[in-house]
Design a binder for this molecule. Structure first.
Ligand code: UT7
Length: 332
């Protein structure tokens, strides 16, 4: 019996039309294009302006793009994993709604919540279902409407985040392509440093929590930055070492897009030139669960069968890790 590996066989993506540039932010608060660009690498981000649309809208658009491009019948999908930090509602999983809306009527679905590592952890989860042999098509979605939880008077966080959605399809592969290895980590030490205080069971919503702005993201940027730089680089190096591959052997680093300086540090540790690093932070900012699939969406036409890709992420919690995957198809 041949071993089944879990390969990515299709990619989709979506970002909203509205572009929030650094120049517009300059008119809203005390900041500058120069500060944002040098500290983060971000020039602009996309914002879903419609107040009647949530994260599901971004996920549905990305999924529909994938279905159309790959000519996939949604009825053939077995499972939909919705990676997100901004579900439409606290109860009634967003993925369930998305699956029904896209016509994946034979699938079961759930949301996977691990801050900026949600999609990476979703890759691991999707791969396990495929490797079991019981599931043939697993749709992994990563989408976040970060603008719904950001305080646009807080210059330390609002400059970073944007809205977007991405989608990948996992299918069994018998040639050995797909997920090869992973190293995933969490540490609750991170909880005070990147969080939303209110709206959960610990501090339910009240007039007071709203007045105190406790439903917005709080981030101790400096601390998160420190942990992100060392941990993201560490997991990349570990995955290379234990698979006996070197930076030269890797075609692409697919890093979470939180800060260009964090990405540069991981690439440096892996000995990778910038030509091998997927980067779109300048145009989307940090879209949380959507950063990794949006990288694939932007770079898909450059990927070749057999390319070695290392995915890496770091996020609140803390949550972080790396996945090593070989690409399963040439540009279509
Ligand atoms: O994806 C989830 C994980 N998140 C991350 O990985 C984010 C990690 N953190 C970061 O990317 C960086 O820490 C930030 C981009 C958030 C901030 O950059 P920093 O170099 O760590 O700046 P800082 O917070 O140390 O602030 C330096 C100075 C401060 O002024 P003083 O106290 O030195 O006078 C801030 O008040 O920059 C000031 N500042 C700003 N100035 C202009 C903070 N935000 C801004 C701003 N514009 N938007």
């Amino acid at each position: 019996m041949s071993t089944i590996t879990a390969a990515i066989t299709a990619v989709g993506g979506y970002v909203p039309d509205y572009v929030l540039t650094n120049e517009i932010l300059e008119t809203m608060m005390d900041t500058s294009d120069e500060w944002i660009t040098t500290r983060t690498g971000i020039k602009e981000r996309r914002i879903l302006k419609d107040s009647d649309k949530g994260t599901s809208y971004l996920a549905i658009k990305a999924a529909e793009d994938l279905l159309k491009k790959s000519n996939t019948d949604p009825k053939d999908i077995d499972m939909v994993i919705m990676a997100t930090a901004t579900p439409d509602m606290p109860v009634a999983a967003t993925g369930v709604y998305v699956a029904t809306q896209i016509g994946a009527v034979n699938a079961f679905s759930f949301d996977l919540v691990a801050a900026c590592s949600s999609f990476l952890f979703g890759m691991s989860t999707a791969a396990k279902y495929i490797e079991s042999g019981k599931y043939k098509k697993v749709l992994l979605l990563g989408a976040d409407k970060m603008s719904s939880i950001i305080d646009y008077e807080d210059r330390t966080t609002c400059i970073i985040f944007g809205d977007g959605g991405g989608a990948v399809l996992f299918e069994p592969n018998t040639e050995g392509y797909g997920v090869q290895d992973e190293y995933l980590r969490t540490d609750g030490i991170g909880r005070p440093h990147l969080k939303i205080d209110a709206g959960g069971s610990l501090l339910p919503a009240s007039a007071e929590t709203v007045a105190n702005k406790q439903h917005y993201v709080f981030q101790d940027g400096k601390t998160v930055f420190k942990f992100a730089v060392s941990n993201m680089a560490d997991v990349c190096e570990r995955v290379l070492n234990r698979n006996d591959i070197k930076g030269d052997d890797v075609q692409w680093l697919v890093p979470h897009q939180a800060n260009k300086r964090i990405i540069d540090a991981a690439a440096k540790r892996m000995n990778l030139p910038k030509e091998k690093v997927m980067m779109n932070i300048h145009k989307y900012g940090n879209t949380t669960s959507a950063t990794l699939p949006l990288c694939l969406y932007d770079y898909e036409s450059q990927l070749k069968k057999g390319d070695k890709l290392v995915f890496a992420a770091f996020g609140g919690g803390f949550t972080w890790g790396a996945v090593y995957l070989t690409w399963a198809y040439d540009p279509k």
